[in-house]
Ligand binder design. Structure first.
Ligand SMILES: *[C@@H]1O[C@H](CO)[C@@H](O)[C@H](O)[C@H]1NC(C)=O
Ligand SMILES: *[C@@H]1O[C@H](CO)[C@@H](O)[C@H](O)[C@H]1NC(C)=O
Ligand SMILES: *[C@@H]1O[C@H](CO)[C@@H](O)[C@H](O)[C@H]1NC(C)=O
Ligand SMILES: *[C@@H]1O[C@H](CO)[C@@H](O)[C@H](O)[C@H]1NC(C)=O
Ligand SMILES: *[C@@H]1O[C@H](CO)[C@@H](O)[C@H](O)[C@H]1NC(C)=O
Ligand SMILES: *[C@@H]1O[C@H](CO)[C@@H](O)[C@H](O)[C@H]1NC(C)=O
Ligand SMILES: *[C@@H]1O[C@H](CO)[C@@H](O)[C@H](O)[C@H]1NC(C)=O
Ligand SMILES: *[C@@H]1O[C@H](CO)[C@@H](O)[C@H](O)[C@H]1NC(C)=O
Ligand SMILES: *[C@@H]1O[C@H](CO)[C@@H](O)[C@H](O)[C@H]1NC(C)=O
Ligand SMILES: *[C@@H]1O[C@H](CO)[C@@H](O)[C@H](O)[C@H]1NC(C)=O
Ligand SMILES: *[C@@H]1O[C@H](CO)[C@@H](O)[C@H](O)[C@H]1NC(C)=O
Length: 500
């Protein structure tokens, strides 16, 4: 461990343009990172499963391998609530209603879980340890609209009309616990459990409405149900996967207002479709996860940076760009205080949703091929640099008045004006890293001085229009200085200094 390790990125350019020194300050610590991930819910998992070897294994390796792929570290499963598994439906483990909420339920594990069990096994083989199981809805018979789709409330929820069939809250908690039990029986530890998905939206697929107060009520039933089956420590409760930051902020606020429920929630989860990150979510120590987001509006694009759209500030046309997602992740981890950032679905085919841009990888099972969007590499730049358990650390950016001569280190006004986006991490194993985004149109030369006399290795990775997480040659000197690199125009550079 190098508690006093500092990384200095010194920009040295011949031109008169302002250059910047980036200093990583490991003594200034922020949130702990849980990881980066995606879901393969809605039968998307089958698009990987249906590929033939060796292509299938190559795609799995691309997603999970931390030395040759992205190194994703979180998998979000959808807990099915539907009677069947066609299209976007996921079948439930409790297809038939018991006579009453108190009757013994009949559960059924099909060993497939809409393809998600296979993906989970692959992830586990690559060392993934964080599995977030999230229910979009309770089965229809537990709801006041008798359907797992089309919104409706969990019967028994305070403030919802009473259901003739009774109060199904405990039955729902037991049902969710049973899903964890099934995964345990096949050697996968579900670490995070959510009981809602976009509770502020009514949709034609699985959906269930809840207010923050209803969620707080249910959390107080779910926690003892988990404890009863011995999952009190293994499983963290996550809530509420609201459609946007604003609605999740309100749900988090309402849960925190319930002093009995608040300590039982470990993670506040949100999507960003209806509102974006402006400040941290309220928290009494809960981690914040951006648990689902994607470019739903664009056509399939593998672009890194759309220059013309950028020149016109056409944010819709840039919504799927790789560089846009590098910025989104950066904003989430800095402004949003996020501990995790999850894309929606990793894979999709051309036929689904008009071949839109909601996937990272376009899979063509018929031709046994896949195509990767540059967004995937934006995730890799972060996922390689910040492994689970990494702590985000301080970064100071100061301009150099002339090439390689630092200005006053406390020149914060000038630092604020820097066009560089930077972030730093101290990993649990002592590795220190920085991810640097250069938004502007020219390359910048960077000299990274780690100050790490005993660092063994420095890895420099770059993604831009022409490169996908390409390793740049680099030498770390005995003094801990990394040789001159370039943060390319509209590019992302990650420097990872290995402690051992
Ligand atoms: C599958 O379940 C959904 C949700 O209940 C239902 O709307 C749909 O008709 C079912 N599809 C088939 C093929 O049974
Ligand atoms: C990840 O990739 C590396 C390098 O290609 C390989 O040696 C390693 O076996 C892979 N890891 C797994 C778990 O397959
Ligand atoms: C379920 O409860 C909500 C909230 O009161 C209500 O708006 C809705 O009409 C109910 N649905 C049915 C089918 O009763
Ligand atoms: C789970 O682990 C046990 C004990 O190692 C083993 O016998 C069993 O086959 C494993 N099950 C699966 C589905 O991998
Ligand atoms: C959050 O709650 C406040 C006050 O209760 C309300 O004014 C605001 O509209 C809510 N925001 C969202 C996004 O629901
Ligand atoms: C950031 O999140 C952590 C939990 O990960 C929390 O303890 C801390 O208070 C949050 N910071 C801010 C400024 O909200
Ligand atoms: C997607 O492509 C279709 C057909 O080419 C076009 O009509 C539509 O405007 C495009 N959508 C976006 C968001 O670019
Ligand atoms: C450039 O972007 C603008 C605004 O999005 C658009 O109207 C124009 O057609 C684009 N030009 C080209 C050459 O794509
Ligand atoms: C670009 O557009 C976004 C939203 O569409 C807006 O918030 C931002 O201020 C615009 N930036 C410039 C430089 O016009
Ligand atoms: C993929 O397969 C389809 C038939 O399923 C064929 O029409 C198409 O040309 C193939 N595309 C490529 C790129 O091979
Ligand atoms: C990116 O490169 C250009 C050109 O060298 C420079 O003007 C700009 O400030 C750089 N951005 C950063 C973050 O240094």
């Amino acid at each position: 461990m190098h508690s006093s390790l500092s990384l200095l990125a010194v920009a040295c350019v011949a031109s008169a343009a302002t250059t910047y020194r980036v200093s990583i300050d490991t003594s200034k610590t922020f949130q702990t990172i849980d990881g980066f991930g995606f879901s393969e819910a809605f039968q998307r998992a089958n698009q990987i499963i249906n590929l033939k070897e060796p292509v299938r294994s190559q795609l799995v390796d691309l997603l999970f391998n931390k030395t040759s792929g992205v190194g994703f570290t979180i998998l979000r499963n959808g807990i099915g609530s539907s009677p069947n598994s066609t299209n976007d439906w996921m079948n439930t483990i409790e297809p038939n209603a018991p006579a009453t909420p108190d009757s013994t339920p009949t559960y059924n594990w099909d060993g497939d879980d809409s393809g998600q069990f296979w993906i989970a096994q692959q992830a586990a083989n690559y060392g993934v340890k964080t599995f977030y199981a999230d229910a979009w809805s309770a089965p229809g018979f537990m709801k006041n609209n008798s359907n797992d789709a089309g919104g409706g409330y969990l019967c028994g929820s305070p403030g919802a009309p009473a259901c003739a069939s009774g109060d199904w809250r405990k039955a729902y908690a037991d049902y969710l616990t049973q899903y964890v039990e099934y995964y345990k029986s096949v050697n996968i530890s579900i670490t995070h459990l959510g009981f809602l998905n976009e509770p502020d939206l009514v949709t034609a697929y699985a959906s269930m409405e809840m207010t923050g107060a209803m969620a707080a009520d249910f959390i107080k039933i779910l926690k003892p149900a988990l404890e009863e089956k011995g999952f009190g420590d293994q499983v963290k409760i996550a809530c509420c996967d609201a459609t946007g930051w604003g609605t999740q902020r309100n749900m988090s606020r309402d849960i925190l207002a319930d002093k009995d429920a608040a300590p039982l929630v470990d993670v506040f989860t949100t999507h960003l479709y209806t509102s974006k990150i402006d400040s941290p979510l309220p928290s009494a120590g809960q981690h914040a996860w951006m648990s689902e987001y994607a470019d739903l509006g664009g056509n399939w694009s593998t672009n890194w940076f759309s220059a013309n759209a950028s020149a016109h500030n056409d944010t819709k046309a840039m919504a799927g760009d790789g560089l846009t997602w590098a910025r989104n992740i950066h904003t989430g981890l800095t402004t949003g205080n996020l501990s995790a950032f999850l894309w929606w679905v990793a894979t999709q085919d051309t036929a689904t949703n008009g071949n839109n841009n909601e996937k990272l990888v376009l899979v063509d099972d018929a031709n046994n091929t896949y195509t990767v969007a540059k967004r995937l590499w934006a995730f890799a730049q972060f996922s390689r640099a910040a492994r689970p358990g990494a702590v985000r650390v301080g970064v100071d950016v100061a301009p150099l008045t002339s090439a390689c001569k630092p200005a006053k280190p406390d020149d914060t006004a000038a630092a604020t004006a820097s066009p560089l986006r930077t972030i730093g991490f101290l990993n649990a194993n002592g590795d220190v890293s920085t991810v640097i985004i250069n938004d502007s149109a020219e390359d910048v030369a960077v000299d990274v001085d780690t100050g790490a006399k005993n660092a063994v290795n420095a890895e420099v990775w770059v993604t831009d229009a022409s490169r996908d997480l390409e390793r740049l040659p680099s030498i770390i000197t005995l003094e801990g200085r990394v040789d001159v690199q370039k943060v390319p125009a509209h590019g992302v550079l990650s420097v990872i200094v290995r402690a051992s």
